[in-house]
Design a protein around this ligand. Structure first.
Ligand code: CP3
Length: 330
């Protein structure tokens, strides 16, 4: 049997119909997600229960026939494995406790993630890929040092003061260990979500080098598992990031011009992206036109259609059906 289309594209093959998945494809915009979440009692209760988490992982694949499932979990399981308290409060986003004094990670604290992967891989058809993921070390440091989302001033100031070396070293080991374990138990591809790369005061030092170290460790243990890097918000240096880190493919946010990416990035790396989630929320003629524009710009090389960031919680599911019919030309 041939490999799932997502893996073919990530390994550098140009496909006539680009494979499709969406960041945050499982989530509050889906009624079946909201129903299960209400029953479970909250996001963390659902994410830490392999039966519920695997069901939520599969929901969008069933509904839309997407080419890949992405593990239903969160990047903040890594700080949790490092012993930090992590809580998700309704309508408020994540809140973290103080950074623990000892930075030894214990992946057995998040064994539920690996159980979820095993269950999803068993249930998923062979032509669909399962994507595992982790936060990039810098993005995890942003949450760990600031305690919550926002402008991450405490983390950015600590980086300027040169105080984050030991934490970043621990995060490289934790992230690499977490990704290796996901590949070992059944993830077919891995994505590194460096969602706050654009806020980093020293991208070469705190984004590129730590990611390179993570990729090196994961490659050594899982040489056949493609890695997608998603350094969201970089204003320059996408090629340097890909070249230096050694990721297999680049996830582009919506601010990267697709025609520029086709000329400067795609000849060397498969690219993934980059429809604006606000355009998917808008729907209608704007959505049609954007899907066509991005597909036309990037279909000349290896390409995975996706958003530039996650699905917004108010997105009508019908807009995803519309996206798919335009993308597939039916
Ligand atoms: O993409 C997927 O469908 C897989 C699941 C997934 C979640 N979080 C589930 C989730 C993934 C890949 C993530 C990654 C994640 N988590 C990132 C990187 C990607 C990005 O969005 O930039 C970040 C920064 C986080 C941290 C985080 N987790 C935040 C800021 C929040 C609150 C956001 C919100 O919309 O309220 C979460 C909670 C979270 N993680 C939800 C989901 C579906 C919402 C939980 C809910 O209330 O049901």
């Amino acid at each position: 049997m041939t490999a799932p289309n997502l893996l073919r594209a990530l390994r550098g093959e140009r496909l006539d119909a680009p494979p499709l998945w969406l960041m945050r494809q499982a989530g509050r915009y889906l009624p079946e997600y909201r129903a299960l979440r209400a029953k479970a009692g909250g996001f963390w209760a659902m994410a830490s229960d392999p039966v519920l988490a695997s069901e939520v992982t599969l929901q969008p694949v069933r509904r839309f026939g997407l080419d890949a499932a992405i593990l239903f979990s969160d990047i903040l399981v890594a700080p949790y494995a490092l012993g930090q308290d992590v809580a998700f409060h309704e309508g408020q986003g994540p809140v973290l406790g103080p950074v623990p004094p000892s930075l030894d990670f214990d992946l057995s604290r998040i064994g539920f993630v690996y159980d979820t992967i095993r269950r999803v891989r068993d249930a998923l058809p062979a032509d669909k890929a399962l994507i595992g993921f982790a936060g990039g070390p810098w993005t995890l440091a942003c949450y760990m040092l600031s305690g919550r989302g926002g402008d991450f001033m405490p983390a950015r100031a600590a980086a300027w003061r040169g105080e984050i070396g030991p934490l970043m070293a621990a995060l490289v080991e934790t992230t690499a260990g977490h990704l290796v374990e996901q590949a070992r138990v059944g993830a077919d591809a891995l994505q590194i979500f460096e969602s706050w790369a654009g806020l980093c005061p020293d991208v070469p030092r705190w984004v590129v080098e730590p990611t390179r170290a993570v990729v090196e460790r994961v490659r050594a243990a899982a040489p056949d598992t493609p890695i997608i890097g998603f350094p969201r918000g970089l204003t320059q240096g996408w090629a340097t990031y890909a070249q230096t880190t050694g990721v297999d493919a680049l996830g582009l946010d919506e601010r990267v011009d697709a025609a520029w990416a086709a000329e400067h990035l795609q000849p060397r790396w498969p690219v993934q992206g980059n429809l604006d989630p606000a355009c998917l929320l808008a729907g209608g003629r704007a959505l049609d036109a954007e899907v066509r524009r991005i597909r036309a710009a990037l279909s000349g090389g290896p390409f995975v259609f996706n958003l530039g960031h996650g699905v917004h919680k108010h997105t009508p599911p019908e807009h995803i059906h519309a996206l798919i019919s335009v993308l597939r030309g039916v």
